[in-house]
Design a protein. Structure first.
Lengths: 470, 172
């Protein structure tokens, strides 16, 4: 309460508390002390103007403004001002409500909404956006002011983009909606036109007598991507994969599975997996599953074993079966079996082995760089030779071979020679030399030498052979 | 037939000489237990070669070149129990006197090359053994030449015999 000069005549204890003064300090003080700048300096002129013109600005209206505590801290408050005249005494009565708590509450709500990682949009009954949070702006690529005031359907992919207004009006008219309170997956659209999957949950509130719908949109891109990747992985696997539930019903199969067993996907999914088992397992498979559920004991799960499965045409399929167990979200068991086609596996290993053997053989006959060049060159290409500026060549001949061959059985002779030449080969390896050929042990090699070496040498060798024959 | 230097290693010559002498050791190890001992004759030469594979079937990696022919000739005209080399290799061996001894043997005829000086290589301490081998070989070749003469004589005699028989038939 103050008089015409602006001095405080009376203040209650709540007022003193709010402003941090004692009652005595307040009474007699100019009320402008309680106002922050610029009102502090101007307050006297406000009062003077009112008294002069009687033009009320605050009086009888009430207004939100800021107060200033004794310690200088400002705070939000609501001021309602009234006037009383008793005789010649004019007094003004101000009732002050401290709004600090409300403002804090409001700021907290703002902070929660804005710091939420999911996009949040509030709309009115016409679909106009009233408020969007920061995550929504970031996710969709807009600034908040570009969204607020516009129709929310700009954030939706088709068909909802076009139909949203009708959904809203129908809901407002009938009170029946498909999403309200339930949530659903749909496509949202970014500013750049790209769409992404979201889960939308929608709620309804009344604010000041108006309906406000709040939508929370969870981005499902990451989950969908992970799902697509897993699916791609399973689908691209060369090994058949089949997953079943606790009852043995096939939940899913990959392409390789359908191919190996000659069924279509639809013929498998939803049916009991025992259709792939031959008797007696076909009849017993459900018992196996039940026993496992009851005892947790299984000879299949967690190990790899060779079994026979049955294709659609009744022909057997030898497979290596590996079964693993996982829990679904609802806690039920899912069994996943990977059945590697044993036949294909064996033939693969065999051909691999053959390839390795022939490679090894080739390396035995030809130096490695040459065998590489031979494999690389096209069939029918010309000669494969390279010149070397300086090499050292050694020829060696076993002397006394004729006498030895006369005294030994052929097999024993070969064994003896093999021993000697193996020890020479070991020396070749030790000195990192290249053995070109063994001459003098077979007629064919002697003939080869005729082609490449000087003739007198070969003639003599040929005579040696003839003598041996004789 | 063995070659070194295809990977352009700089010590291919001396490496081959060491290999050759080691072969004799390996054979000696075999002979120490064998009923019928075997001998070995080596020839070594170095020079440019062409190495590769001809044709498209039954691949055989082979070497061609004058140096190869000469190496073969070193072996065929060599001495049992010895490594016979050209002057190039003899020079190499001489530069490792702690490892090798070199004995000049004389000259031989090589087709397309004329006379070539040839040398025998042994271990550093083996000079006496080399001389002994050469003497043995000389003695054996005289015998072989004798045998060869006998061959021609028997061939001639057989020819005369056959001729006589044929003549006898014809004149009958």
């Amino acid at each position: 309460m103050k008089d015409e000069s602006g001095r405080i005549v009376y203040a209650n204890s709540a007022c003193s508390r709010t402003f941090g003064y004692t009652n005595d300090e307040l009474v007699g003080r100019n009320v402008s002390t309680l106002c922050p700048e610029p009102h502090r300096s101007a307050h006297d002129s406000y009062l003077e103007r009112y008294l002069r013109t009687r033009e009320a600005r605050v009086l009888g209206v009430g207004r939100k403004l800021r107060g200033c505590r004794k310690d200088g801290v400002e705070f939000p408050m609501y001021l309602s001002l009234s006037e009383s005249v008793e005789g010649t005494t004019r007094r003004f009565h101000g009732i002050i409500r401290d709004l600090s708590a409300e403002e804090e509450q409001r700021a907290l709500t703002e902070a929660i909404v804005d710091s939420c990682l999911e996009s949040i949009v509030a709309i009115d009954a016409q679909g106009t956006m009233l408020r969007v949070n920061r995550a929504c702006c970031v996710k969709f690529g807009y600034e908040a002011h570009e969204l607020v005031g516009r129709n929310v359907n700009m954030l939706m992919g088709e068909p909802h983009h076009s139909a949203h207004d009708s959904y809203l009006s129908r809901y407002v008219a009938t009170g029946r909606g498909n999403i309200m309170g339930r949530g659903r997956e749909l496509a949202a659209r970014r500013r750049d036109g790209r769409e992404f999957p979201i889960h939308l949950s929608l709620s309804e509130a009344r604010v000041g007598g108006k309906v406000v719908f709040t939508g929370i949109m969870a981005d499902l891109s990451a989950e969908k991507n992970a799902l697509a990747q897993t699916r791609a992985m399973v689908e691209s696997a060369l090994d058949p994969i089949v997953s079943i539930n606790e009852q043995g019903v096939i939940l899913g199969v990959n392409n390789a599975c359908a191919e190996l067993f000659l069924y279509s996907r639809d013929e498998l999914v939803g049916h009991n997996v025992s259709m792939l088992c031959p008797e007696p397992h076909r009849s017993a498979h459900n018992t196996y599953l039940a026993r496992y559920a009851a005892t947790g004991l299984s000879s299949v799960i967690g190990s790899r074993r060779a079994i026979t499965a049955l294709a659609k045409d009744g022909t057997p399929r030898q497979v290596f079966l590996a079964v693993s167990e996982a829990r679904a979200r609802d806690g039920s068991r899912i069994f996943t079996a990977i059945a590697r086609d044993a036949q294909a596996e064996v033939s693969l290993i065999r051909s691999q082995l053959e390839l390795e053997q022939s490679e090894q053989l080739l390396l035995n006959i030809l130096p490695e760089p040459i065998s590489r060049q031979l494999k690389a060159r096209e069939a029918g290409a010309g000669h494969l030779a390279s010149a070397f500026d300086h090499c050292t060549i050694l020829f060696a001949d076993v002397v006394g071979f004729t006498a030895l061959s006369a005294s030994m059985a052929p097999l024993e002779l070969v064994r003896t020679l093999n021993t000697i030449f193996s020890s020479f080969d070991a020396l070749v390896d030790r000195y990192k030399l290249e053995k070109i050929k063994t001459i003098g042990l077979s007629w064919a090699e002697v003939v080869v030498v005729v082609g490449v070496c000087d003739l007198s040498f070969c003639r003599r060798r040929l005579y040696g052979c003839l003598w041996a024959l004789a | 037939m063995v070659v070194s230097g295809l990977s352009h290693e700089p010590d291919h010559q001396v490496r081959m000489l060491r290999f050759a002498l080691d072969m004799f050791d390996a054979l000696a190890a075999y002979n120490s237990t064998a009923a019928i001992p075997l001998g070995l004759r080596c020839g070594v030469n170095s020079g440019p070669v062409v190495a590769g594979v001809l044709g498209t079937k039954k691949f055989l990696y082979d070497l061609w070149g004058d140096a190869v022919n000469v190496a073969s000739r070193m072996e065929s005209t060599g001495v049992a129990g010895c490594v016979q080399v050209t002057s190039t290799l003899a020079e190499v061996a001489r530069s490792f006197p702690s490892e090798f001894c070199v004995l000049e043997r004389g000259s031989i005829k090589v087709k397309g090359k004329g006379d070539m000086s040839v040398f025998l290589i042994g271990r550093a301490s083996g000079m006496e053994a080399l001389r002994h081998r050469v003497r043995q070989e000389a003695a054996a070749s005289v015998g072989a030449a004798g045998a060869g003469a006998w061959d021609w004589a028997s061939f001639f005699a057989a020819g005369v015999l056959v001729g006589a028989i044929v003549m006898g038939r014809l004149t009958k």
